[in-house]
Write a protein that binds this ligand. Structure first.
Ligand SMILES: [Zn+2]
Length: 168
């Protein structure tokens, strides 16, 4: 772990006003690519968990959004299931078919809402919008990645390049 200059360690990162509560800290795993592997095609990476200071109020806002997502998911899944069941499909085909369709039509809008709308509605960044947290910022600059990358993603190479550049 880099020696993160965590100034204001006691203030909530999200609202930047309330004192943080240790039990409400948001834990996030960051990844550092060690090397690219060809067989199997992928990469070797190490990871580190960091804790973002958060207050109770912000934790509740984040949780509520996640809960709302779960409810929307179940409602759409149920609706699709009943629609698909009108056809000749079996129970399992209809269940799985509606599940994956829901995933597709709910996960993408959720990602957009989480990334772009959450801050507008609540006034605080979404849970995983932690790029500006000093410790995370420092890590990203030297090649760490905020999320586990897809093996074919170009961020694997970007991570390695950044590490080489900062080693010099
Ligand atoms: Zn807060």
């Amino acid at each position: 772990m880099p020696n993160g200059a965590t100034t204001n360690a006691d203030t909530c990162f999200y609202c930047k006003s309330n004192p943080s509560n240790t039990e409400c800290a948001y834990k996030h795993e960051l990844y550092l690519i060690q090397k690219r592997t060809i067989i199997p095609y992928g990469y070797k990476a190490s990871s580190a968990e960091i804790e973002i200071p958060r207050c109770e109020k912000c934790a509740r806002k984040h949780d509520r959004f996640g809960g709302g997502y779960g409810i929307v998911f179940v409602i759409i899944w149920a609706l699709l299931f009943f629609l698909i069941r009108q056809g000749d499909l079996s129970f399992w085909q209809a269940s799985l078919g509606s599940f994956f369709t829901t995933l597709l039509i709910v996960a993408v809008p959720y990602w957009l809402a989480n990334t772009y709308l959450f801050k507008m509605i609540t006034g605080i960044p979404a849970e995983d919008q932690i790029q500006e947290y000093p410790q995370v910022k420092e890590m990203l600059e030297v090649g760490w990645l905020k999320d586990r990358p897809d093996p074919s993603s170009s961020s694997v190479e970007e991570s390695l390049e950044k590490q080489q550049r900062t080693e010099k």
